[in-house]
Design a protein around this ligand. Structure first.
Ligand SMILES: Nc1nc2c(ncn2[C@@H]2O[C@H](COP(=O)(O)OP(=O)(O)OP(=O)(O)O)[C@@H](O)[C@H]2O)c(=O)[nH]1
Ligand SMILES: [Zn+2]
Length: 206
């Protein structure tokens, strides 16, 4: 795998002071980041999140999705726990890139759901590859996670690459009029586990 560590620094945030580790994927030129809090290399399962880049949700306050709120909730949960990791993966638009995501949004404005829009553009519903996570986690000394996600494909991908997912922690965000259909499509077509439980209420043993 072509992902190499480049440099680390402190990153003060409203949630606490994280350590930011920068990585370069030499094959694609993509720059990925891991934020850690506390000692994550002591062998015990680490509270963690694989967060796929969403410029619109993470930085531009979009209500079309739940990404920005999930990012904040994950960083807050890690700070509350005093120990954890967030991998910020540059897989914008589930791997299709920002401009194609805007094309997909245009089709959604015309009535398509998120999966139909991707397919009409000639893409799969989800083009992400989580292999980039392994060298990042290995560099950080992490081989076991308590994973904050509703996405069963993330749990499976980690297991397949030898990272134990001790259990899954649901990370559910409130509906709004703009993300209601998006969340329904996630549950209906993409297999996301969006039940009635609220964040932190239920921890699922795997
Ligand atoms: N192609 C496409 N990508 C989207 C759309 N909305 C959000 N995304 C991208 O989807 C990714 C987030 O994936 P989600 O499926 O929301 O969540 P997840 O990370 O797989 O699952 P969780 O761990 O449960 O949050 C980010 O890369 C977003 O940019 C959309 O309508 N179309
Ligand atoms: Zn988003």
């Amino acid at each position: 795998m072509s992902v190499v560590f480049v440099a680390a620094s402190q990153l003060p945030t409203p949630f606490g002071v994280f350590t930011m580790h920068g990585f370069l994927d030499e094959a694609t030129g993509k720059e990925h980041v891991a934020l850690t809090f506390g000692n994550v290399a002591d062998g015990a399962p680490v509270l963690g999140r694989l967060h796929s880049e969403c410029l619109t949700g993470d930085a531009l306050f979009s209500l079309r999705c739940d990404c920005g709120a999930q990012l904040q909730a994950a960083l807050q949960a890690i700070a509350n726990e005093g120990r954890g990791v967030l991998l910020y993966l540059r897989q914008e638009g589930r791997g299709i890139g920002l401009l194609n995501k805007i094309r997909a949004y245009e089709l959604q404005d015309g009535g398509a759901d998120t999966v139909e829009a991707n397919e009409r553009l000639g893409f799969g519903a989800d083009q992400r590859d989580y292999a980039i996570c392994l060298p990042m986690l290995e560099h950080l000394g992490i081989d076991s996670l308590k994973l904050m996600t509703n996405n069963p494909r993330k749990v499976k991908a980690l297991g397949d690459m030898g990272i134990a997912v001790d259990h899954r922690v649901p990370l559910q965000i409130a509906h709004n009029p703009y993300n209601k259909r998006y969340l329904a499509t996630k549950a209906g077509k993409l297999g996301h586990m969006l039940g009635n439980q609220h964040q932190g209420e239920t921890e699922e043993r795997l």
